[in-house]
Design a protein around this ligand. Structure first.
Ligand SMILES: NC(=O)c1ccc[n+]([C@@H]2O[C@H](COP(=O)([O-])OP(=O)(O)OC[C@H]3O[C@@H](n4cnc5c(N)ncnc54)[C@H](OP(=O)(O)O)[C@@H]3O)[C@@H](O)[C@H]2O)c1
Length: 295
């Protein structure tokens, strides 16, 4: 990976941190995207110590804010640096419904629109440096439930795992739709399921359930380093250089749940996401900025 630049979101913890460390160990220049500058700096120093590589650079960005995503993507683009791999990894699970500064339900905003807006806004750099890759960290949790287009912001019904599962289904719709739209561009788009991992996911919540889940997960789940293997494979494997639109688990293609193959739902979500994020893609893969619409 020497000479390549890999940007990893949600790199301050869990899978993102493990992915960033492995990419740095393989010689890539790594960019850590995180919302807390202090945490990013600490992780950057730890990765440098662990790998002997140069400390990863930092791109501060709160993925719960569409304006901040636009600012961070503009900042990266203006730096003139190349970009070879974007790993969309940051994610949240919230026991109770929360809204972002944009008035969007936070799981939908961070886990789905965060991937969507960042990838589209960085697409000109990725296209300019092709062959390049986008890796979207999804989950088998996409199987939990189809999307409810009448309540995408979960204002009427909120259940943490159902909402989380839907955000992961949105990751697959986004992956398949973007891969189709970028066919032949040299930018590949694949999704991964890392497996159950003992990380910080969900630990921002209060309550006994979370504490029990935490103990169980640490006993039975894989360590982040092992579970990041499929993200690292998607980001680096030479045999995937022209492979796009895949869902990978255990570093091999796997078939998602049937509802993830609903092309009409994927197209519908795409169109809504363009309007909410204020960024769109022409048929020829050129990014167009739009006026953001309200949820
Ligand atoms: N853990 C599992 O068992 C599992 C299974 C399947 C899929 N996944 C997927 O793997 C990915 C990583 O999850 P994880 O388990 O590693 O979780 P984690 O340990 O909780 O890490 C989540 C990361 O996302 C970041 N993040 C959250 N909200 C953000 C925001 N608004 N802006 C910027 N960064 C934000 C966190 O940053 P802070 O440090 O600032 O909080 C943290 O670095 C997620 O997409 C998740 O859906 C996980």
């Amino acid at each position: 990976m020497r000479g390549k630049i890999c940007l990893v979101t949600g790199a301050t913890n869990g899978l993102g941190r493990a992915t960033a460390t492995a990419l740095a160990a393989r010689g890539a220049e790594v960019v850590l995207l995180g919302r807390n500058e202090g945490r990013c700096r600490a992780v950057s120093a730890e990765i440098a110590t662990e790998t002997g590589a140069f400390p990863p650079t930092i791109l501060v960005c709160d993925l719960a804010s569409l304006a901040d995503i636009a600012r961070a993507a503009d900042e990266y683009t203006a730096s003139g640096r190349r970009l070879d791999v974007l790993v969309n990894n940051a994610g949240v699970v919230n026991r109770q419904r929360r809204e972002t500064v944009d008035g969007l339900e936070e799981t939908f905003a961070v886990n789905h629109l965060g991937y969507f807006a960042l990838a589209l806004r960085l697409l000109p750099v990725l296209r300019a440096n092709a062959p390049t890759r986008i890796v979207n960290v999804a989950s088998h949790a996409h199987r939990f439930s189809p999307l409810d287009f009448d309540d995408l912001q979960h204002e009427r019904h909120y259940g943490a795992m159902r909402v989380y599962g839907r955000s992961k289904l949105a990751n697959l719709y986004f992956t398949f739709e973007l891969a189709r739209r970028l066919e032949g561009s040299g930018v590949t788009v694949n999704a991964v399921h890392p497996g159950a991992v003992a990380t910080g996911l969900g630990m921002n919540n209060e309550g006994l359930l979370i504490k029990v889940a935490s103990v169980l997960s640490r006993l039975f789940f894989r360590a982040p380093g092992d579970a990041a293997a499929t993200s690292i494979h998607a980001a680096t494997a030479p045999e995937l250089i022209d492979q796009t639109g895949l869902y990978l688990a255990n570093s091999a293609p796997c078939e998602p749940h049937a509802h993830a193959r609903d092309r009409a739902a994927a197209a519908r979500l795409w169109e809504i996401s363009e309007r909410l994020a204020g960024v769109a893609l022409d048929d020829d893969g050129i990014v167009r900025l739009e006026r953001r619409s309200q949820p």
